[in-house]
Design a binder for this molecule. Sequence first.
Ligand code: AVJ
Ligand code: FE
Length: 442
Amino acid sequence: PGSLDEPALKELIADELAAVRDRSLGLTTGALDAVGLTEQVSPLMSPLVWDLAHVGNYEELWLLRAAAGVEPMRPEIDDLYDAFEHPRAERPALPLLQPEEAGAYISAVRSKVLDSLGSVRFDRANPLTKGGFVYGMVVQHEHQHDETMLATHQLRKGAPALLDPPGALLDDHSTGGAGEVLVQAGLFEMGTSDDPWAYDNERPGHLVDLPAYYIDVEPVTNAAYIAFMEAGGYDQPDHWDPKGWQWRNESGKRAPAFWSRDGGGHWLRRRFGRTEPVPLNEPVQHVCWYEADAYARWAGKRLPTEAEWEKAARWDPLGGRSRRYPWGDVYENGRANLGQQLLRPAEAGSYESGASAYGVRRLLGDVWEWTSSDFHGYPGFRSFPYREYSEVFFGPGYKVLRGGSWATHPLAVRGTFRNWDYPIRRQIFTGFRCARTAEEVR
Ligand code: AVJ
Ligand code: FE
């Protein structure tokens, strides 16, 4: 979006608004009946019909009221769809709009947005509209909720929902083993000050000096994770953070979420309502931060900090600058498993063309990657346009996740993008890779 003039940017925005709405409808009214849309499958998740009306209400607040100065359409429902008024567990008991009414409301909002798009000036002096920021925020917000809806689908029991069939995996395999690469000590630019659609928590760009470290070329696979399990990894308190050991004891978990064993002792997983053998060569998915942290200690490594993750993904040591994506500054299809194409991570060695300058692969897409870092604002952070997007989550309670998953849309992730969750959470599409500090060269 950074290189387009205002008319071209508005055309892109209209196209992306249409595309994300197709995606949202495919995950809701196109996938389940009214019962399926209004039930709650887990206290961690909203009923899907809440997400559907919430994205429309957010669009009304930001694109109609804030950007276009349009009068509220349904101010009486704002409270129902304010995520801070009602935690997820409470949402099924609210007088929510039923699926048909929710669909009518969000499409009424959308037509007014399209009617007003031509007359809203993308004024450079107004940070809300500069570069189309608030439109980019709303498109990303809906895609983020679509990923959340996929997590809800994954948690559902019973008959599989009618999700779009997965596409084919591009044949882009490398043959080499994974291993790790050395990232030399030195400065890199973390975050961004000029990416037009970056969130407040990605800003401002700033220099970070890191000691040398090794980082895994690929995310940890199911095979490697099973080796940890078979070596008694879940039974060795030495591998675990004390709070992780407490989680292990209280939860009773001894395998990634959605895994079970068949009669012969082989690992199975449930994926969108169907049970299948665990593919050994795919990145492990649905592990919490404590499990990732324990695995890394067992392997003689540790999780990367988020700065280490970002340097490996973005820094070009020859060019002396950070890039938007591992492979360069422009998004290109086929370089990462993003956008709900496969409905699962791809096997090890895929997407070699998405490697970073350091040769680190699959940093974007496949699985969100846990980092060792707590979620904080960068030096000079300023909340924009509202504190509840990120600032209220800063602190030691949340761990940072990087890189997006197969369920993340390309517009809702980049090398600077930061996600966060509690260290006990496993319902998101999350795996990890390991790192270790390089010994000092004497
Ligand atoms: C950035 C994924 C943690 O889902 O809570 C959605 C995104 N913010 N609506 C979330 C978000 C407001 C957020 N995460
Ligand atoms: Fe939201």
